[in-house]
Design a protein around this ligand. Structure first.
Ligand code: TYM
Length: 322
């Protein structure tokens, strides 16, 4: 099994990113796991250069603080392995404009602004390259990446059919619960770094009092029955998903223990605070040691380049480059 996944350095992670992806990454780490900060992807939207740099370091610190071990898996910056940009071009010449313009995330993000960047349209191709460069079999991601994963598979198969067997065709892997953590204030919308209301997202480095406040104020319905039922009770079901992901229990089992929303919220608040406390402390320590973070990704880029280089050369040869 070969694992690869990536995250954008677009600000502090929320618990959706953590439960939907990072927590799974930690569980799946091995010598055959590659995790990257996809800094090239962050350029698809307006971002200050200094902000991009600092958020990239912050994200590496978060990876390590969450439990990724650079002696076990490979942690790197996408931009430091040049094969990602090179592979992107080969795959752009296999993808069609029609299939890219149909991507849901593109449609959402491009509709918010006139004059969006071409990179916003071609972004899923760069992502496909990230995955295909590592002969990846499994990609642990949240539910919102399913469509991009499907496109990756389509492009890999199309390339293999046209140029001969070159790429391993990967599958996306979602966690059983919390694959789509919803906004605490609007539980029919996913928790998101860019669109959430101030109380809608819990960030992994939030203080105990901020976490408590956000959970206590989370929107629920009025019938006051604790039941796991996404269709009729999205607010409570979201809280149960978060609970069950942190406690590794089934959400239905958690629901059975509670009759009142207030009790569920108090216990959930204590559980989230306790679960994230070590991450928060470790993140703080790591941010004070930029040389260590630099060393981790420098070393990671060397290891990643070995694998990515050989796959890139195979693909370049297949299409007819000398
Ligand atoms: P990004 O940076 O938006 O999100 C990082 C990871 O967090 C998951 N996620 C969620 N999971 C559950 N609930 C939520 N509310 C939630 N919000 C986000 C995402 O599914 C993702 O797993 N395109 C990717 C980055 C990427 C990538 C890759 C991923 C680039 N190349 C190669 C895998 C493999 C993205 O923008 O994720």
């Amino acid at each position: 099994m070969r694992v690869l996944s990536g995250m954008q350095p677009s600000g502090t992670l929320h618990i959706g990113n953590y439960l939907g992806a990072l927590k799974q990454w930690v569980e799946a780490q091995s010598v055959d796991a590659f995790y990257c900060v996809v800094d090239l992807h962050a350029l698809t939207l307006e971002i200050e250069p200094e902000t991009l740099r600092s958020q990239s370091f912050d994200l590496i610190a978060t990876f390590l603080a969450a439990g990724l071990d650079p002696d076990v898996c490979t942690i790197f910056l996408q931009s430091e392995v040049p094969y990602h940009a090179q592979m992107n071009w080969l795959l752009e010449c296999v993808a069609t404009y029609g299939e890219l313009s149909r991507m849901t995330q593109f449609k959402e993000k491009s509709s918010r602004k006139t004059g969006y960047r071409v990179g916003l349209l071609t972004y899923p191709v760069l992502m496909a390259g990230d995955i295909l460069l590592y002969e990846t079999t499994e990609v642990p991601v949240g539910d919102d990446q399913r469509q991009h994963l499907e496109l990756t598979r389509v492009l890999a198969e199309r390339f293999n059919n046209r140029y001969g067997s070159t790429f391993v065709v990967p599958v996306g892997v979602q966690p059983k619960v919390a694959a789509r953590v919803m906004d605490l204030q609007e539980p029919t919308r996913k928790m998101s770094k860019s669109l959430s209301s101030p109380l809608g997202s819990i960030y992994v480095t939030d203080s105990a009092s901020a976490i408590d406040k956000k959970i206590k104020k989370a929107v629920t319905d009025t019938d006051n029955e604790v039941r796991y039922d996404w269709e009729h009770k999205p607010g409570i079901s979201n809280l149960l998903d978060i609970y069950s992901s942190f406690s590794n229990e089934a959400p239905q089992v958690v629901a059975e223990r509670y009759t009142r929303y207030g009790d569920l919220k108090s216990d959930l608040s204590a559980l989230v605070i306790e679960s994230l406390a070590p991450l928060r402390t470790r993140h703080h320590e790591l941010m004070a040691d930029p040389a260590e973070l630099r060393a981790v990704v420098t070393n990671g880029a060397v290891k990643a380049s070995e694998v990515a280089g050989s796959v890139y050369r195979r693909a370049a040869h297949a299409v007819g480059l000398i």
